[in-house]
Ligand binder design. Structure first.
Ligand code: ZN
Length: 250
């Protein structure tokens, strides 16, 4: 079946989720570009991780190299000016009375998607791929499926250009995200590509809220105790407990 869409822009932060989304896009589309936003994150570690991931993908997945186009980094310092959160300021992670973690940056994903769509418009890219997920502990309202559908409609109408917002991780947990990465790597054309992609994600992606790259665990680097590390560790443990590599037939 010929795909209706052939080009994609991936919101790529350098974490496990967005790296899996990048692999998904490289498996499904002919031309793929990446974008990230610099909004004064506490940790430039994340922005460094994304360059390492791109370098390793280019080194290890020759079939994907041909499809992987420009990488864009957009300055969004204004977001840090209007938000007071533990991602943009030097405050500790905690849950707020609202039930949302204080890492919630109001409107962040709405801004990201709007800017991504503006970039996609200019670059002639049809699909916007983002690693948002409803099964995440955080429950960010701007990551929910209804929000994505509303944004897809608003952006398509407002730019008079049909955009598809694709969310490969929306309904799966972190263990299934590792499985998805393994399956995508397996089909990449690289020998033992499944394990290679899992290893790449373990070694080079960054998730820890504290920006810790000093402590190496089986699931990668991080402090091991912040909510992001705990989620990643639990997911990896469950993924490994599921047993030997199950090759998908698709
Ligand atoms: Zn951590």
């Amino acid at each position: 079946m010929a795909p209706m869409h052939t080009t994609a822009l991936v919101l790529f932060s350098g974490g496990q989720d967005s790296t899996t989304c990048l692999a998904h896009a490289l498996s499904h589309y002919e031309r793929v570009e990446t974008v990230a936003f610099d909004y004064g994150q506490r940790h430039q570690v994340e922005l460094g991780a994304r360059l390492n991931v791109l370098r390793e993908i280019r080194a290890q997945f020759p079939q994907w190299v041909l499809k992987l186009g420009e990488d864009h980094l957009l300055d969004l310092a204004v977001l840090g000016k209007v938000s007071e959160t533990s991602l943009t300021r030097d405050t500790a992670f905690k849950m707020e009375a609202s039930g949302l973690p204080n890492t919630f940056v109001p409107g962040r994903n709405l801004l990201f998607l709007t800017l991504a769509a503006a970039l996609a418009y200019r670059r002639g890219l049809q699909v916007i791929v983002t690693g948002v997920c409803e099964t995440d502990y955080s429950g960010y309202p701007d990551c929910r499926d209804d929000t994505m559908k509303a944004m897809q409609l608003a952006l398509s109408l407002g730019m008079d250009q049909r955009f598809l917002i694709e969310t490969p991780l929306m309904w799966i947990d972190k263990a299934a995200t590792w499985e998805l990465a393994r399956d995508l790597g397996e089909k990449s054309g690289t020998p033992q590509g499944g394990q290679a992609l899992v290893d790449l994600i373990v070694e080079h992606t960054h998730t820890c809220y504290l920006g810790d790259r000093a402590h190496r665990h089986v699931w990668g680097y991080g402090c091991g105790t912040c909510p992001a590390c705990e989620l990643r560790a639990r997911g990896f443990e469950k993924y490994q407990a599921a047993g030997p590599v199950r090759l998908s037939s698709a």
